[in-house]
Design a protein around this ligand. Structure first.
Ligand code: GBH
Length: 484
């Protein structure tokens, strides 16, 4: 398209009496190797995928002996979610998974990131596992295998069994051991079908959002000291689960997690700004990524918390910082940093009121997020295997009478983010794959069904799925292994 555009304009210019046409032609030919219109390639083995999570898509909350999770309780509590919406039915994927696997085949994805519902496997939190739903996941995995799609499994995408919440949930250290027990059991049952495992999704979202006054289940607002201990229990659970996965796998297992790094990027790309962003990102992620990758809390984190600092042993830190096979990063947005002569040495720049955002007000659009976040993680911590485990955009999608959803804003977002990802990969940032959030519109937590992240439109009354224009965009990216 760019090439044609260029030629048309070159012709128009050539017709102008003011310019020497011959030179212009020669010049334009020289510049023509239209770099701008050439798709920018990804490496041959780059993994393209899509992502979902159990409570957001499965529905069937009473099928197969499933117990309650904190999201059942929370979404059924008046006033907690948009319009009182719940995940009771969601995308009905518990039953419709063959159809969704066909959607993925149409896209041509190599991998599928999904999560297993903990309350399906341990309906009562601990005690006896429920074999019925192990069989359910075996059927899903066998179907994926037939479709030649590699499963990438998250063990907990926020749906903590309610029975464990009744004993304090993540604020109770016993939950860390219960999680490791669950992880070990699932892996013992499914390691012949799954190689890639992620312990958890986004600590900050379900801990600070769920226990620190945010809008997430279980909807608590604990005193700071207890919140800080819940953070520590969650990273401890991750470390214990990494050990349990490795101990229980009968087949090769690759273990990682999916972390929503709280982003920081240089407002201007010079050495001083980049340094400020490095310092900022390490401190901003002190309770999660930093302690997992460094095996210690930063001095600033401990000093600022004072008497509320986490209680831990040297052994805890060793467990928390188990080496990982890969590091997953969910990238949506970031925040600019400038150097400062304050005590920290950096300052986060407040976003101007005109800063663009998606339908979701928190989702500030900044394509550089997907360049800087993995780059800084690789540079600061020497991480060698990074996957973008989520990236996506919510749009006020409209299903037209002719059956099309023309989500050009989502395409604009994806194209610009993928161009920045290509920039990172071509500079040697070790990102090996990308999982688009999401395969289909789904239950967007406290926002219910009011915010659509899918590249497939879902009519939640009929469960009819309609690929949006962005599906065609992504299909092309995958087919060409390039973005242009
Ligand atoms: C991811 O979170 C989740 O992993 C995924 O389940 C989710 O569907 C997807 O992104 C899209 O949101 O609504 O103002 O209270 C991304 C990080 C953290 C962003 C919590 C929204 C709540 C902000 N999310 N945050 S608000």
């Amino acid at each position: 398209m760019n090439r044609r555009f260029f030629l048309k304009n070159a012709a128009a210019l050539a017709a102008s009496p003011l310019l020497p046409t011959t030179t212009l032609r020669a010049e334009s030919e020289k510049h023509l190797p239209a770099i701008a219109s050439q798709p920018r390639p990804f490496p041959p083995n780059f993994v393209w995928g899509t992502a979902t999570a159990a409570y957001q898509v499965e529905g069937a909350v009473h099928a197969g002996g499933r117990g309650l999770s904190i999201w059942d309780t929370f979404s059924h509590t008046p006033g907690k979610t948009f319009d009182g919406e719940t995940g009771d039915v969601a995308d009905d994927e518990y039953y419709l998974y063959p159809e969704d696997i066909r959607l993925m085949q149409r896209l041509g994805v190599r991998a599928f990131r999904f999560s297993i519902a903990w309350p399906r496997i341990f309906p009562h939190g601990t005690s006896k596992p429920n074999a019925v739903d192990i069989d359910h996941y075996k059927r899903v995995l066998d179907r994926l295998k037939e479709a030649n799609i590699v499963p990438v499994c998250t063990l907990c995408h926020w749906d903590l069994p309610q029975a464990l919440q009744d004993k304090g949930g993540w604020a109770n250290r016993d939950t860390s051991y219960a999680f490791a027990h669950y992880a070990g059991y699932v892996v013992s049952q499914l390691s012949d079908r799954i190689t890639y495992w992620m312990t958890m999704n986004e600590f900050d979202s379900f801990i600070d959002g769920g226990y620190g006054g945010g809008g997430m289940a279980p909807g608590l607002d604990l005193p700071l000291g207890q919140l800080v201990q819940a953070r520590q229990n969650a990273v401890l659970a991750h470390g214990l689960a990494v050990q349990a996965i490795r101990a229980s796998a009968h087949h090769p297992a690759k273990v990682g997690l999916a972390e929503d790094i709280s982003g920081a990027m240089p407002a201007i790309e010079d050495a001083a700004h980049i340094h400020a962003a490095e310092v900022a990102i390490r401190e901003r992620n002190a309770p999660y990524t930093t302690v997992i990758l460094e095996g210690r809390y930063t001095e600033q984190y401990l000093r600022k918390l004072g008497r509320n600092a986490p209680k831990f042993t040297a052994e805890d830190l060793r467990i928390i910082s188990q080496p990982l096979d890969f590091f997953g990063i969910n990238v949506y947005t970031t925040q600019e940093v400038i150097p400062s002569d304050n005590q920290e040495g950096y300052e986060f720049v407040p976003r101007p009121a005109t800063y663009p955002h998606a339908q979701s007000k928190w989702l500030f659009v900044n394509p550089q997020a997907i360049y800087w976040t993995p780059k800084l993680v690789a540079d600061i911590w020497g991480v060698k295997n990074i996957y973008i485990t989520e990236n996506g955009y919510s749009s006020a999608d409209v299903l037209r009478a002719d059956g099309q959803v023309l989500d050009t804003d989502r395409i604009m977002y994806l194209r610009n983010y993928l161009l920045q990802l290509q920039r990172a990969v071509s500079e040697g940032v070790p990102v090996h794959g990308y999982f688009l959030w999401s395969l289909l519109d789904n239950f967007e937590w406290a926002h219910g069904y009011s915010q659509r992240f899918g590249i497939t439109y879902v009519d939640f009354k009929t469960q009819v799925r309609t690929p949006k224009l962005s599906s065609d965009f992504y299909r092309r990216v995958i087919a060409e292994n390039a973005v242009g």
